[in-house]
Design a protein around this ligand. Structure first.
Ligand code: G3I
Length: 313
């Protein structure tokens, strides 16, 4: 059976994957991607980001994003919007514009409301990676100009553009108990106390073989107790290359552990892997010497990790 079918059987909303436009010409890849029993949800890895969607101020291009949205629609797959506000993949007009607070606020509002308004009825990573690992706010152009208020501004603009959208904050290294997860809980508490819309928290879950946090379940429960849902949004489990049978066996256990943790928490709605094949994983380019992080190998052959996912539900 497909991974999404297994997830549905287990009571989760979806098992999904990231994908990217250049990958769609590989037919051995799309044969798996388009199988809605395998993947019930799609996230665009790049084509809905700021540099792709608003390359010049006020000029919106949805060409590549629409290709992904239409693919998901055609296949009967959910679509996760990724993302409205992030410190990476920003066009230079945003980073170098030296905008004052009022102008940058308006720029954030326009960007978020236009994206969320274009792709209505979706779940959105409205704010991506707002925190540093020590729990402080990331000093990006938004924080430096607007303080933490840009987070509320973005969430409000997104919800106003589509009251049916689910609005999330998404980050990494908040999957286990620790300073950064605590800071995210404090942020969510603070937003809720101000009446700012916040429906969920995305746990990216870019893990390392043998180093999956042991506090996944407790941590997700603590988020859920704040009144938000939880999603695992960018799961992969990388290793130092070359891959060995032992590493692949540990990776299988690691995928199983993560899936079982989501399964143990009713408010964990679903799991997205950050592309499903080692051929297209972001890992080797970002972490030189590491890779093999996904459930399908470079040749689109299933790895033990595939069975780990099934076993976790
Ligand atoms: O579009 C250009 C292309 O024109 C050029 O020829 C090519 C040459 O390098 O680069 C292309 O841009 C690359 C882009 O992916 C599209 O392929 C960028 O260099 C590359 O940096 C970019 O990487 C993406 C990365 O985010 C950027 O930070 C990855 O594909 C994407 O998987 C990754 O995803 C992020 C999530 O959004 C947030 N969480 C972490 C995750 C992994 O870093």
């Amino acid at each position: 059976a497909g991974l999404h079918a297994v997830a549905r059987q287990a009571g989760k909303l979806y098992l999904g994957t990231a994908t990217d436009n250049p990958e769609l010409t590989t037919t051995a890849y799309t044969a798996i991607l388009d199988n809605n029993q395998m993947f019930g949800q799609i996230t665009a890895a790049n084509s809905m980001k700021w540099d792709a969607t608003e390359p010049s101020r006020g000029v919106f291009t949805f060409t590549n994003g629409d290709v992904i949205a239409n693919l998901a629609q055609r296949n009967g797959q959910l679509l996760r919007g990724h993302n409205c506000v992030w410190h990476q993949q920003l066009p230079s007009w945003v980073t170098s514009g030296n905008f004052n607070a009022a102008t940058l606020t308006s720029i954030v509002q326009t960007h978020c409301s236009t994206l969320v308004g274009h792709y209505k009825g979706r779940v959105w990573d409205v704010v991506n990676e707002p925190l540093n690992d020590d729990g402080s706010f990331r000093q990006d152009v938004f924080f430096n100009t607007l303080g933490q208020g840009y987070i509320a501004t973005a969430l409000r603009a997104a919800k106003a553009a589509d009251p049916n959208a689910k609005v999330y904050i998404n980050d990494f290294n908040i999957e286990g108990i620790g300073a950064k997860a605590t800071a995210m809980k404090n942020l969510i508490r603070s937003l809720k106390s101000q009446g700012v819309p916040i429906d969920g928290v995305g746990l990216q879950s870019h893990f390392i073989v043998g180093q999956v946090p042991t506090t996944l379940v407790q941590n997700m429960q603590e988020f859920a107790a704040l009144g938000v849902e939880v999603a695992i949004t960018e799961l992969d489990v990388r290793m130092t290359l070359p891959e060995t049978a032992a590493l692949l066996a540990q990776q299988k256990k690691d995928f199983q552990t993560v899936v079982a943790a989501c399964q143990a928490v009713p408010q964990c709605v679903g799991i997205t892997i950050w592309d499903f094949t080692d051929r297209f994983s972001f890992v080797p380019s970002t972490f030189p010497g590491q890779g093999a992080a996904t459930p399908w190998d470079e040749n689109l052959v299933r790895k033990p990790a595939f069975d780990g996912i099934v076993a976790g539900f």
